[in-house]
Write a protein that binds this ligand. Structure first.
Ligand SMILES: [Zn+2]
Length: 474
């Protein structure tokens, strides 16, 4: 049997009576370490997880090579090698930080899971996760990641809390209506778990800030509710090589999947967005809160699995849940070698204009329906220079109250059909919303009613991008 020497570092010498180097026998690294642990009781718990894996924060060297590069514990020994046990040392690193008694108590029900353990809990406490959107999906994601002790949670959302959000976004309360979503989500996290550091990003994620915001995190959970943001977050995660946990909901149906770096992306699954206006938003089509809770919980669970490195994630599988029948199915998908972003010969190297990418398709029209005009900012301004023309802000009243295009009037889209007659006197009407999707539908509805309506392409995102005049009403 080959004999090797093992270097034992300071943290483990309490088990060796202070001895620095020990001689052991073994035909493989695993056998040699097993022999060491047999000779020195107590060491085993230091070196191995409950399932017999080397602990993640422990590197084992065979002479100069880390054992994972040699095939792991099965790596053969010839005799005469020097093994060295090199754990991550404290010195501020979370790697070896002990949990406080409060933390042990708080997380005890998950720490006793063999897949998690103390090492897993330390990993979670050291992890940084960004949640995009503090909405229907974001609320359960935030809840369960914060409760599980993910140590740093970033929340990015530029929206204000509306009363119509509350049925599916229980991190916000009735008294939070009108306030920033990021603000109330941050308060919720702080009140739930003081272990969690919250980073608030009260902004609309766009091509100018996405790489900076996302770059600071280990993993991203996407709870956004529109296609431009969905593609933007995907592209930024591919470029930054961050795992992305994706889900979406509409009416009684939910989808979820996981994108791991190098294994495909949202564009491999859906290379182009649907034509603008063909897939309604939750505001237009409705959504049930408990389904948002279910899909968001799945996202939180997948995020924890990725962070812990346990189980089989939804990577390369699309889970589709039909809440009305209680049935769910999974569909396999693959990275596309011809993907514009993550394929073998990508044609896209950076972030793009996502509003144009998702909104440039021709609007869907009935054959006989009169078309609604699509105008850019210059065209809209020219139209509105004429007397009797009207800018109409379709966003919720609270958003309008916070600020809008100078001279605009408020007409929340839910009230559009009941107030169409009021628009009939206007010579021209230009509708706008946040990204130009709802306004496209509104322009069609109004045009259908004989009103000379146009849609502002790109919505307020495009307006703000150009730093144009803004009426601050707050
Ligand atoms: Zn791809």
């Amino acid at each position: 049997m080959p004999t090797v020497s093992v270097y034992v570092p300071t943290p483990y010498r309490k088990h060796t009576g202070g001895q620095t180097v020990l001689s052991v026998e073994g035909a493989t690294v695993g056998e040699a370490l097993a022999e060491l642990c047999r000779l020195r009781p107590g060491l085993g718990d230091e070196l191995f997880t409950a399932t017999g894996q080397l602990k993640d924060y422990l590197n084992v060297y065979v002479d100069d090579a880390e054992v994972r590069t040699l095939g792991g514990l099965a790596a053969p020994l010839a005799g005469g090698e020097e093994l060295a046990l090199i754990p991550a040392m404290a010195g501020g690193s979370m790697g070896m930080r002990l949990l406080s008694p409060d933390q042990v108590e708080r997380y005890s029900r998950q720490i006793i899971l063999p897949e998690l353990g103390m090492a897993g809990q330390r990993k979670l406490l050291a992890a940084k996760v960004l949640v995009v959107g503090a909405g229907g999906l974001g609320a359960p994601v935030i809840t369960y990641l914060a409760a599980a002790g993910v140590g740093t949670i970033g929340v990015v959302d530029g929206d204000l809390v509306e009363r119509s959000n509350l049925h599916r976004q229980p991190v916000h309360r009735d008294q939070d209506v009108g306030g920033s979503k990021v603000e109330s989500a941050s308060r919720f996290i702080r009140e739930l778990n003081p272990d969690v550091a919250v980073i608030a990003h009260p902004v609309v994620l766009d091509s100018t800030n996405a790489l900076t915001v996302i770059g600071g995190y280990d993993l991203v959970v996407n709870g956004s509710d529109n296609f431009p943001t969905r593609y933007l977050v995907n592209d930024a995660c591919v470029l930054l090589e961050k795992p992305l946990i994706d889900a979406s909901i509409l009416r009684f149906e939910g989808q979820a999947t996981v994108f791991m770096p190098g294994q495909g992306c949202y564009r491999c699954l859906f290379p182009t967005p649907p034509e603008a206006g063909t897939v309604p938003s939750c505001a237009e089509a409705g959504v049930i809160g408990a389904l948002a809770g279910q899909m968001g919980s799945i996202q939180a669970l997948e995020a924890l699995k990725v962070l812990l490195g346990v189980g089989e994630t939804l990577a390369n599988r699309l889970l589709v849940v039909d809440a009305l029948t209680g049935q769910s199915r999974t569909f396999r998908w693959q990275r596309r070698p011809d993907c514009a972003l993550c394929g073998d010969h990508p044609s896209q190297e950076g972030l793009i204009d996502y509003v144009a990418f998702c909104g440039s398709g021709p609007p869907r029209r009935g054959v006989d329906a009169p078309g609604a005009e699509e105008v850019d900012i210059e065209e809209a301004r020219a139209l509105l220079a004429a007397p009797g023309a009207l800018w109409v802000d379709l966003r919720p009243a609270a958003a309008f109250a916070a600020g809008t295009i100078p001279g605009a009037v408020s007409l929340p889209i839910e009230e559009l059909s009941g107030r169409l007659e009021q628009l009939r006197e206007a010579k021209r009407v230009v509708f706008f919303c946040e990204i130009g999707q709802k306004s496209q539908v509104a322009a069609l509805v109004a045009a259908d009613a004989g009103i000379r309506a146009a849609n502002l392409k790109g919505g307020l995102l495009a307006w703000r991008d150009r730093n144009l005049a803004w009426q601050d009403r707050a």
